[in-house]
Write a protein that binds this ligand. Structure first.
Ligand code: ATP
Ligand code: MG
Length: 1022
């Protein structure tokens, strides 16, 4: 409830005890209006539920709503009839105490609807079993049956209950509804024979005529036209737009079979209903003597058949009265008026008793066998205070009933308040309230009470009449503060009272009662019913009209006394239970949705005694809650109690209210509850909570976000740890496997190594294979890159042969590839190099230095050779030319010369002069030293006169020059490589000697011995 306190300006307060000005009726009605406008039809006065009829279907009775109220604390949810139902149910279950829910209010205020909602709530939310299902069905289905027979359209309500109803719902120890029992009060029997304009008789008559099958109607002798029946035409309103008699008929027929009526029973019941209609159509004629006789014999025929009685006896009974005097039966004829009354009295009696039979029959069907163990919730749907322009005996009974209920309410409410104070150890402050016991006593007291006076007047011999009753009233209780009559009243009151009225000052207000007909009304039961009914063949009627009744000589009870007795019984029942209240209010007389009629509502607030209710409830404290609930709700408003209080709850609440600044007179602390005297104190606290909520909300939000992120992170981390662990596991497995494999390999390797020299066997095969494999792999990586590269990995013993084969193959392949890549120039170069190799390899010291140097085509180009020389050579092609140094044969003087090689001869040229020409054919040989010098000798034949002797030359490119000469002259085998010295001819038979020695640098000079001394530099390679 507190959760809605903040919306109080718009929708009012949910509990009237929280109204600041609780004594103001205007404030009360304003609060109702505010809520009604918002379709909030329910409001509390403490634990009393005030309900305003919305006259429209609100979406507040769904299964979801039922679930919302199920098992929830009364104050935690908005007011609802389900909250009251649930609260009673839970109290019954937990405290094992019988409960009752008292529903009161004006006609049309919604009492019956409320009781149906409560019943539905239990049917849906209570635990069930197969057997319980049938009971639930029967409980629910009892409503349409009772409504058909006991409800009628009135000016105030199209479905007005014309009887009071108290229904017990019995629950077993598991809380399942297992049975029920119904008590009915004061059926408005007068309606059977008369209806006001715009009203109808009980629904069942119209339902039967509208919905009954042709066959059935024929059997009952009825026509499908309500206008045909005197008892249905008085109100002139056979059709009502809000009622569908035909479909209701089907509902009733089905309900009857669910409840357990046999076809025969239904038939007999309908016979009675039809016979009431036929009774109504009985017409009388008047004899001259004034005695009445029946003019409609056909009705008698039908009646005799339907009621199962003798027609003549019935006829007699309807025209005569029987008086038993001194044990003898005396019959006297009735006049017209008396006969009509007798007929109507019979109709009313038949209908009334049948209704009671019906209720009993339903009770048999609902009966729970082990009733004693059952817990009970009673539902009282009874007319509220009624005040009309003309109030009759019926209103008197109704208002008397309400007076009793008010007394019960005051007693129980005050008692429960007092009990609560006592239980909580709070001093009780006496509440000033009006105790209506004085009025109840005025009505019911023995000998002196109005009912006693009425009984007396009714049953006394002599001419008692309504007026004599009024006089007696004046004489006996005339001085009572709560009663007055026209005669006794002051002038002002007289003006608003009729002469045949007496006025009672009820707790809820004044009501004038008209005494007209009061005696006959009360007395109607005293008229001995025609014995004829006791003789009926109809089984229902034989149960209704007991023969024993006829023999009973005791003075029968009047209706008033009967009502008083049954009311006392009801009070006893209610007193033994814990009550809850639903006060129903109707917002307007037009049955319209959304219309709030102030005057009408003020009237009901007054007559329902709601202000008195509120005053009693608010006498002490406006608000009370268990410490736990209070602390739970408001603990955030005090730093010491937030977020949780560890100590005693009472201390927590005390700390909290001190922190909130409550003044001592504003509250009291009981044993388990806090009591707050004024609503404004609570509202201030509630407002503070509203403000606090915002800051709490953002705090909660951030905490929640933090929490959810942390949870997410933790989840991720733990997942990562799991994945990691698995992955590490996998890696470790792999590593272990690898280690195992490695160990095996090493072991095999070592074993293989040990047995390597043995024949191939399991122990060494791995090793041998490995050695082979690794050699081949190594070979693959280290293959020679060029044809000159002679490196080759050393092969293991087993592969020496194969390695050699491979090497050859590889070399061949490389050479073949190399050759394939060779071009003609290069080939020529190589050929020359081959020749040079053949001549000089390992013979002359500077040969190795020449190997990497390419041989040139020529060392002198065309411009460097004198053209005259070329001219003199004529057609001979120049193959090679190189600058050389010539040493004179005499004196060994060094002269620069050019050596030209043609296809036929070698020519020594000094600038333009062709100094010496040596045909290749004449070239005897060539000598050269083994050292690193460039000196060589071209030997020519001594006998050749053209020649002046051997030629001593020196070239810087000795290997190239001599190779060219050897090739051109085809003298490869004519080159002599000498050690020490070379002898040569100088012409004319003389010889010269060249001595070769090694030295630091090249030196060519004539030695003292006349030899040419050549010092060749020592080369590093040597
Ligand atoms: N809670 C409700 N929601 C919607 N309509 C309702 C509600 N309560 C009552 N009504 C309407 O008001 C009409 C009268 O209600 P109901 O028969 O319960 O009145 P009552 O107090 O039992 O009157 P009476 O004393 O004449 O039997 C219903 O037929 C229904 O149309
Ligand atoms: Mg009703």
């Amino acid at each position: 409830m507190e959760s809605a306190l903040t919306a109080r300006d718009r929708v009012g307060v949910q509990d009237f005890v929280l109204l600041e000005n609780h004594t103001s009726e205007a404030a009360f009605i304003e609060n109702l209006r505010k809520r009604f406008k918002e379709n909030l039809i329910y409001t509390y006065i403490g634990s009393v539920l005030v309900s305003v009829n919305p006259y429209k279907d609100l979406e507040i009775y769904t299964k979801n709503h039922m679930e919302r109220y199920r098992g929830v604390n009364f104050y935690e949810v908005s007011p609802h009839v389900y909250a009251v139902s649930d609260n009673s149910y839970r109290s019954m279950r937990t405290e094992r105490k019988d409960q009752c829910i008292l529903i009161s209010g004006e006609s049309g205020a919604g009492k019956t609807e409320a009781s149906k909602k409560i019943l539905q709530y239990y049917a849906v939310t209570c635990p069930a079993s197969d057997q319980v299902e049938t009971v639930k069905d029967r409980l629910l289905q009892s409503n349409p049956v009772l409504e058909a027979f006991g409800n009628a359209k009135t000016l105030r309500n199209d479905n007005s209950s014309r009887f009071g109803k108290y229904m017990d719902i019995q629950f077993d120890f598991k809380g399942a509804p297992v049975g029920g029992h119904i008590l009915n009060y004061l059926l408005e029997k007068s309606r059977v024979v008369h209806q006001n304009h715009g009203e109808r008789n009980f629904h069942i008559f119209y339902q039967l005529i509208e919905g009954g099958e042709e066959d059935l109607l024929r059997r009952l002798g009825l026509e499908r036209n309500p206008q045909q029946y005197q008892y249905l035409v008085k109100g002139n309103c056979p059709k009502v737009s809000s009622i569908n008699d035909r479909s209701d008929w089907k509902v009733v027929r089905k309900a009857l079979s669910v409840i357990g009526f046999s076809e025969d029973e239904v038939e007999e019941l309908l016979n009675i209903i039809a016979s009431v209609l036929h009774l109504g159509n009985i017409q009388y004629g008047g004899e001259d003597s004034g005695n009445a006789y029946i003019t409609t014999d056909t009705q008698i025929k039908y009646l005799a058949r339907l009621l199962g009685v003798d027609g003549l006896v019935l006829k007699e009974a309807l025209t005569h009265k029987t008086i038993i005097a001194k044990g003898e039966e005396l019959k006297s004829p009735l006049n017209l008026e008396q006969a009509s009354s007798a007929r109507d009295a019979l109709s009313k009696a038949v209908y009334g008793r049948t209704f009671t039979w019906l209720v009993n029959k339903i009770n048999v069907s609902l009966a729970y066998k082990t009733y004693k163990n059952a817990s009970v919730i009673g539902l009282l749907d009874i007319y509220g205070f009624e005040v009309f322009q003309h109030n009759s005996f019926e209103q008197f009974c109704i208002n008397y009933c309400n007076e009793k209920l008010q007394q019960l309410f005051i007693e129980l409410t005050l008692k429960s308040e007092q009990d609560e104070y006592e239980a909580e150890g709070i001093t009780w402050e006496p509440v000033q309230y009006f105790n209506n016991k004085i009025i109840c006593d005025l009505v019911e007291e023995k000998f002196k009470g109005i009912i006693s006076i009425l009984d007396e007047e009714c049953l006394r011999p002599g001419d008692a009449s309504d007026i004599t009753f009024l006089e007696k009233l004046e004489n006996t209780v005339g001085g009572h503060a709560h009663l007055t009559t026209h005669k006794l009243a002051d002038g002002k009151t007289r003006k608003v009272m009729g002469r045949e009225e007496f006025r009672l000052l009820h707790y809820a207000g004044e009501v004038n009662y008209n005494v007209n007909g009061v005696l006959s009304c009360t007395h109607s039961l005293c008229v001995v019913h025609p014995q004829v009914m006791c003789m009926s063949d109809n089984k229902i009627l034989t149960q209704c009209f007991d023969r024993a009744e006829l023999k009973d000589s005791k003075r029968p009870e009047t209706a008033a006394t009967q009502f008083k007795t049954s009311l006392a019984k009801l009070m006893e029942i209610l007193m033994s239970k814990e009550p809850s209240y639903v006060r129903c209010i109707k917002p307007n007389d037009a049955k319209q949705a959304g219309r709030f009629d102030d005057v009408l509502i003020r009237h009901q607030v007054k007559y329902l005694g709601l202000m008195e209710n509120l005053r009693v409830r608010r006498a002490g404290f406006a608000y009370r809650r268990h410490y736990e609930t209070f602390l739970q709700r408001y603990k955030s408003l005090c730093p010491e109690t937030w977020p949780s209080w560890q100590g005693k709850l009472a201390d927590g609440v005390s700390t909290l209210v001190k922190h909130l600044g409550y003044k001592p007179e504003e509250y009291k602390l009981g044993r388990s509850k806090i009591f707050i005297r004024f609503p404004k104190t609570l509202f201030a606290t509630e407002d503070a909570l509203e403000t606090r909520k915002h800051s709490l909300a953002s705090k909660l939000q951030s905490s929640w976000k933090g929490y959810s992120q942390k949870t997410k992170y933790r989840k991720l981390r733990s997942s990562a740890v799991v994945v990691q662990a698995w992955w590490r596991g996998i890696l470790a497995c792999r590593r272990a496997q690898r280690k195992r494999q490695a160990a095996n390999t090493i072991r095999r390797f070592i074993k293989g190594f040990i047995y390597r020299h043995n024949e191939r066997c399991p122990e060494n095969e791995y090793f041998l294979d490995y050695v082979r494999y690794s050699f081949l792999m190594k070979l693959r990586r280290n293959l020679p890159k060029s044809v000159l590269d002679k490196s080759w990995p050393t092969a293991p013993t087993a592969l020496i042969e194969a390695s050699e084969q491979l090497r050859k193959l590889y070399m061949q392949n490389m050479v073949w590839g190399y050759c394939k890549r060779i071009n003609p120039e290069w080939k020529h170069q190589l050929e020359q190099k081959m020749v040079a190799s053949e001549i000089f390899k390992n013979k002359k010291d500077n040969y190795p230095q020449s190997v990497p140097k390419l041989f040139m085509g020529t060392r002198l180009n065309g411009e460097e050779i004198n053209p005259k020389v070329l001219q003199s050579l004529g057609s001979e092609t120049m193959k090679y030319a190189v600058p050389v140094t010539k040493y004179d044969r005499k004196g060994y003087k060094a002269r620069p010369r050019q050596l030209l090689l043609t296809s036929n001869c070698a020519v020594i040229v000094e600038e333009a002069k062709l100094k010496q020409r040596i045909d290749y054919a004449a070239l005897k040989g060539i000598s050269v030293s083994s050292l690193s010098d460039g000196v060589f000798v071209l030997h020519v034949p001594t006998e050749d006169k053209k020649q002046k002797g051997d030629v001593v030359l020196q070239s810087d490119h000795i290997i190239e020059t001599l190779t060219k000469v050897a090739i051109c002259a085809d003298k490869v085998n004519s080159i002599n490589i000498n050690q020490g010295s070379i002898t040569f001819t100088m012409g004319q038979g003389k010889e010269g000697i060249i001595d070769f020695t090694s030295g630091s640098e090249l030196l060519v000079a004539k030695a003292k011995n006349g030899h040419l001394s050549v010092t060749a530099p020592r080369l590093n390679s040597r």
